[in-house]
Design a protein around this ligand. Structure first.
Ligand code: ZN
Length: 239
């Protein structure tokens, strides 16, 4: 009954002409929860991304050169990236279309000083801002994460960057400050660092931002790429 009700709500949103970003957000929720087949999901990604790209430029979105990229954790630098020289990136077994069942860790964790795990910086006593790495358009989010959720990403954001044909993923946040359809630029505050997510909320997990980059150069199969070198480069000049 719940599935039927949500399907009807979905149809109602579609009938009112939901933006392509809002449609992508709904699609990703279905992928995440494994409510859609891989083939159907790929077809929908292929259909929506060009529309999202067109919408981005039509509403004044501007490409960002890689030189303009920003380190995503304000007040922190490259030495806060977990592992040694990017060793935290473990793509084996990961498939975006596996949703909540996906394996591996095809991203990087950036740790903040939060020994008492209250999601506040031990030095400033304040939340730590998450900055958009590049420019793009927000295409999915989860503002209503609950502590008993099995989902690993917690309060996450997906930002599609048309100039890279790629999607940035930011996970485990305390609060989200943007929503699907919002156009963002490098360095814009999009969230605050938190401990949301099945594993990120556990006491064994130091507070961090999880960042992943998915390339979609074939048009319908978001595939992880290691952006450690870019993070390290922009993180060396960050402060
Ligand atoms: Zn991670």
């Amino acid at each position: 009954m719940l599935r039927l009700a949500s399907a009807i709500v979905g149809l109602a949103i579609f009938a009112q002409g939901a933006s392509p970003a809002a449609q992508f957000d709904a699609l990703y929720a279905d992928i995440r929860d494994q409510h859609i087949s891989r083939d159907a999901a790929r077809a929908k990604v292929r259909e929506l991304l060009p529309q999202i790209k067109q919408d981005f430029y039509a509403r004044g979105g501007k490409d960002a050169a890689k030189d303009a990229w920003r380190f995503p954790v304000a007040g922190y630098a490259a030495n806060s990236i977990g592992g040694t020289n990017g060793s935290g990136y473990l793509p084996n077994g990961y498939d975006w279309f596996d949703g909540y069942k996906s394996k591996g860790h095809p991203g990087h964790d950036i740790f903040i000083r939060d020994r008492n795990q209250d999601e506040l910086d031990d030095g400033t006593g304040k939340p730590v801002n998450v900055l958009s790495i590049s420019s793009g358009i927000v295409v999915a989010y989860s503002p209503d994460w609950k502590a008993d959720s099995i989902l690993r990403g917690g309060r996450y954001l997906y930002v599609y960057d048309p100039s890279q044909n790629g999607i940035f993923y930011y996970a485990h946040q305390r609060s989200l400050l943007v929503k699907p359809g919002d156009i963002v630029s490098p360095g814009q505050v999009i969230a605050t660092v938190g401990r949301s997510g099945r594993n990120a909320a556990a006491p064994r997990s130091p507070t961090h931002l999880h960042v992943m980059f998915l390339m979609v150069d074939d048009g319908d199969y978001p595939t992880p790429r290691d952006i450690y070198q870019d993070l390290a480069r922009v993180g060396r000049r960050a402060k």
